[in-house]
Design a protein around this ligand. Structure first.
Ligand code: BG6
Length: 489
């Protein structure tokens, strides 16, 4: 019986993502013995580099994150010996044919499967897919291509990209990555909801008042301004990462855990969403700020960003799902760069207990008595539930306390990076955590009109100081929907 082998080609091998995420994730999979027995890794980029130089470059970002006590130098050497480099242009079929020849040499006597990871700017996606599929596809095994966002800038350009990719690949061969779907807590969302009786029956408008999806970073777009200015925070974070979480959160129970069943439910809920309107969006942009001896730059101080840029680095939005389960429940999103903290979380605020016997203990503010479930995606993964509790003692004083599942206190094993899970899934042909084209389409339909309006009307973002909690407008938006941001209360 012929044994399979897999060739993984990282196109754009000298880029940041490849160095920081993809090669380290491949190494971690190798270290954990998750890669198939026979595999080869190729780096593909334009600059001239020898295999040895590629190995040196990779080794600088490889870490032994899995077992810090152990010296994994031997494993690293073993891994690096399986890495090779091929210099080529991204638009040259000839250069991909040359790669094909090199891959074939490594595949002799085995069933060849090929995975291409496109870690390249979007303007060359289609060229690379054309060249790779025509000249470097596997002849007898499978060929799969992982693509990274941005998948277009709006419905139209995304549709165009999908059409172009489908000239060369079938939908089954395309693995659209959204790395938030590979995060531990995001994967756990379905487990929490569908396998716990204490949550499953509460998961609807009957008990949930609002849901908040919050992303914040405590650094600006340093070094990425050129890319970012063309997209902005809504396209960079909301339309993909936060919306994907929302879809998983809000979907109906899938028939099974198979990829198609899950993606069918996600697309259904996305299509049930009300188109976002400008009145339900606020945008911000960070300005320079001095704190003590340190000064922080404004977004427009980035030399690759135009001085009059209106690109939002912060946005908040209120979204609604017009179906029976979620009718009237606001799903609030908030995403920003250069804020006071780095955090991603999902907050679920429950309704008041009807006729709460203890309401006088909460003064006039019954909101203080509602339960809140928080899934902290990062940092410090945790799930906690805010409950009302009697403060021990002779009196009857209540406070809100946490039932707290802090991962690092409960589990000793380190949590894998999102890219490890997603790469492994792509290698194994598991599509559950990748975005299908109809999901992408539905996601763009939701945001495109508002993005166009923001640009056409040249809506000026509200300025907020670097390192602050973001524009005040986010509070007004929440208040309009009778919501308080849980991360600020
Ligand atoms: C990327 C965005 O998709 O996600 C970046 O393009 C952002 O702007 C990054 O910084 C955040 O990812 P993580 O995993 O570090 O939270």
């Amino acid at each position: 019986k012929v044994e399979p082998t897999i060739s993984i080609t990282v196109v754009g091998a000298s880029g940041d993502l490849a160095k920081k995420k993809i090669f380290p994730a491949l190494f971690a999979l190798f270290y954990e013995a998750c890669l198939p027995k026979h595999f080869t890794i190729f780096g593909y980029a334009r600059s001239k580099m020898s295999d040895e130089e590629l190995r040196n470059m990779i080794s600088r970002t490889l870490t032994c994150r899995i077992d810090k006590r152990e010296n994994c130098g031997d494993k690293m050497d073993e891994f690096l010996q399986r890495c090779f480099y091929h210099a080529g242009q991204y638009t040259s079929e000839e250069d991909f044919l040359e790669l094909h020849r090199k891959l074939k040499e490594k595949e002799i006597g085995r069933l060849p499967n090929r995975l291409f990871y496109l870690s390249i700017p979007p303007n060359i996606f289609v060229d690379v897919v054309r060249c790779a599929s025509r000249r470097a596809s596997s002849e007898s095994g499978w060929t799969r291509v992982i693509v990274e966002k941005p998948f277009g800038r709006d419905s139209e350009s995304s549709g165009e990209l999908t059409r172009c990719l489908k000239q060369y690949l079938t939908e089954d061969q395309i693995f659209r990555i959204d790395h938030y779907l590979g995060k531990e807590l995001v994967e756990n969302l379905s487990v929490l909801r569908f396998s716990n009786l204490v949550f499953e029956p509460l998961w609807s408008r009957n008990c949930i008042r609002n849901v908040q999806l919050i992303f914040s970073e405590d650094f600006g777009t340093e070094g990425r301004g050129g890319y970012f200015d063309n997209y902005g925070i809504i396209r960079d974070i909301m339309q993909n990462h936060l919306l994907q979480i929302l879809a998983l959160f809000a979907m109906e129970t899938p028939v099974t855990l198979e990829a198609e069943d899950i993606r069918n439910e996600k697309v259904k809920v996305l299509r049930s969403m009300r188109q976002l309107v400008l009145d339900d969006v606020i945008v911000g942009q960070y300005k320079g700020h001095t704190k003590g001896a340190k000064s922080y730059p404004a977004y427009i101080d980035d030399p690759t960003v135009p001085k009059d840029s209106l690109t939002p680095t912060f946005a908040a939005a209120a979204l609604f799902i017009d179906n029976a389960r979620w009718d009237g429940v606001p799903f609030l999103m908030k995403a920003g760069k250069a804020l006071h903290t780095k955090r991603a979380e999902i907050r679920v605020q429950f309704r008041h207990v009807p006729g709460n016997l203890y309401k006088r203990n909460f003064g006039t503010d019954l909101d203080k008595a509602t339960n809140e479930l928080v899934l902290r995606v990062q940092p410090d993964e945790a799930i906690y539930l805010k409950i009302n509790n009697k403060v021990p003692g002779l009196g009857m004083r209540l406070d809100r306390s946490d039932l707290n599942l802090l991962y690092k206190a409960r589990y000793t094993k380190e949590i894998p990076d999102a890219y490890e899970r997603l790469l492994l899934d792509a290698i194994e042909g598991e599509r559950r955590l990748f975005i299908r084209s109809d999901e992408l389409d539905a996601a763009w339909k939701l945001f495109t009109p508002v993005l166009t309006e923001l640009e056409e009307k040249k809506i000026a973002p509200e300025l907020y100081p670097y390192g602050s909690r973001g524009p005040i407008g986010a509070h007004y938006l929440a208040a309009k929907h009778n919501v308080r941001w849980g991360d600020l209360s």
